[in-house]
Design a protein around this ligand. Structure first.
Ligand code: AMP
Ligand code: GLY
Length: 420
């Protein structure tokens, strides 16, 4: 029996913990730092996902057999490399392989070199040259900081003025710190935005059931971008032909390219895509599971997640059977008032016990205060349900969501509405 440690504290990580506990091979799960939801089913450790020393010490001291990393920051900082040196199996790419997410310039060069379709771009480290170039292009333009910027590093500029402002924010004011020492100026792609994620052991690529997420804060895709306000799986337009085309033309070539570059990629590879009139093109790669995608994908996984993760680490994915339910799953995020801007925390959450036990409540920004579950972050929880169809699952979630309450809480009413 295995002891597993999950790194991270969001609803994605709560979902990972919940799924790992379904495995007959798992004895115990630790989470660093987790939240009030994970505290009920696993052992929370008060360690930041960015404190690599404390994480590796905890893994060693607690005799952990498998570490699963949720967020990108510890991957980019090299947590997997440190754990490997300690002989502790870790699920996620090494620092060198995480560059596919942590440097957009690296990812673009890789795609161009290996013929993976993406937007045309130019790279600058001089603000003056970037400005000159942007003035000569016809807007809209997309301005991107090279490094990690908590998902906020890409600005779609509708006018030259907006593009120049974005360049100045990133390169002069350094709103994303050193992530902005280089920028990409990209052509703006039009089409339907989607994503495809896959498990890979560096050779074999096995797509994960497709999911759609909703990034804008309010209904009808209005309001500011967020970490994600909900999602569902599978989207009706995403048939098996599209999955196999994207696997063959994007995910497999990317994994092969990484191997050829001497950066073998193991873990989950996430391709953010635009389906343009010229075919699918990559917007970005992520080196991890998505949030909220995970909350609607893992409930549909029928196989043992531990088997898959160990096969990814051992390089035996080709021989591992991965089965998905043919049901659907819908997840809606309940967020703090004001999120994604500033918000207050510490409000008691009521009604969690009134929700139909068939529903899945994955906590994100929650913590226990005097025995009460209180809000502690922007995205507070994802409520998810499975059903025979997306419409069934959607109805279940929206029927029960109003039971859960905290001051100022808000959620989108139109998640999966196009499939209802
Ligand atoms: P990224 O961090 O690269 O995924 O960018 C964040 C968001 O910006 C994406 O989800 C897209 O909505 C948008 N975006 C990024 N690159 C482009 C592009 N070249 N053309 C159009 N939209 C883009
Ligand atoms: N849902 C977008 C992401 O996880 O990056």
């Amino acid at each position: 029996m295995l002891k597993v440690m999950v790194v991270g504290g969001g609803a994605r990580e709560h979902t990972l913990v919940w799924k790992l506990l379904e495995s007959t091979k798992v004895a115990e799960v630790y989470v660093a730092p987790g939240n009030a939801g994970t505290a009920a089913i696993a052992k929370n450790l008060d360690i930041s996902p960015n404190d690599l020393d404390a994480l590796s010490r905890a893994a060693k001291d607690n005799g952990i057999d498998l570490v699963v990393i949720g967020p990108e920051a510890p991957l980019a900082a090299g947590i997997v490399d440190i754990l490997q040196r300690l002989g502790i199996p870790a699920f996620g790419p090494t620092k060198e392989a995480t560059l596919i997410e942590s440097s957009k310039v690296f990812a673009k060069r890789l795609m161009q070199q290996y013929g993976i379709p993406c937007a045309r771009d130019a790279v600058f480290s001089s603000f003056d040259e970037a400005q000159d170039y942007a003035r000569k292009q016809r807007p809209p333009l997309v301005i991107k900081a090279d490094g990690l910027a908590a998902g906020k590093g890409a600005i779609v500029a509708q006018s030259t003025e907006e593009a120049l402002k974005a360049l100045s924010d990133i390169m002069e004011a350094r709103v994303f710190g050193d992530a902005g020492s280089q920028v990409l100026v990209e052509e703006c792609l039009v089409g339907r935005e989607t994503s495809l994620l896959a498990f890979t052991d560096g050779k074999t690529v096995v797509p994960i059931v497709p999911a759609r997420d909703y990034k804008r804060a309010f209904d009808q895709d209005l309001g500011p971008n967020t970490g994600g306000m909900g999602g569902y799986s599978p989207p009706g337009f995403f048939n098996s032909d599209l999955t196999s085309t994207l696997t063959k033309t994007i995910l497999e070539p990317a994994v092969q390219a990484m191997a050829q570059e001497g950066r073998p990629y193991k873990g989950v590879l996430y391709a953010g895509l635009m389906l343009t009139s010229e075919g699918p093109k990559v917007l970005e790669f992520n080196a991890r599971f998505g949030d909220p995608e995970t909350q609607v994908q893992l409930p549909l996984l029928k196989s043992d997640l531990v088997d898959i993760m160990l096969a990814v680490i051992d390089g035996t994915l080709e021989r591992t059977k991965i089965e998905w339910s043919d049901e659907a799953c819908v997840g809606v995020v309940l967020a703090s008032g004001g999120y994604p801007g500033s918000y207050k925390a510490g409000f008691p959450i009521t009604g969690l016990d009134k929700v139909d036990p068939d529903l899945l409540i994955f906590h994100a920004g929650t913590k226990l205060e005097d025995g009460k579950t209180c809000t502690a972050g922007g995205r507070v929880l994802t409520m998810a349900a499975t059903g025979k169809t997306v419409a069934d699952a959607r109805e279940k979630v929206y029927r029960d969501l109003p039971q859960v309450h905290f001051e100022g809480g808000h959620y989108r009413k139109d998640i999966a509405a196009e499939e209802a």
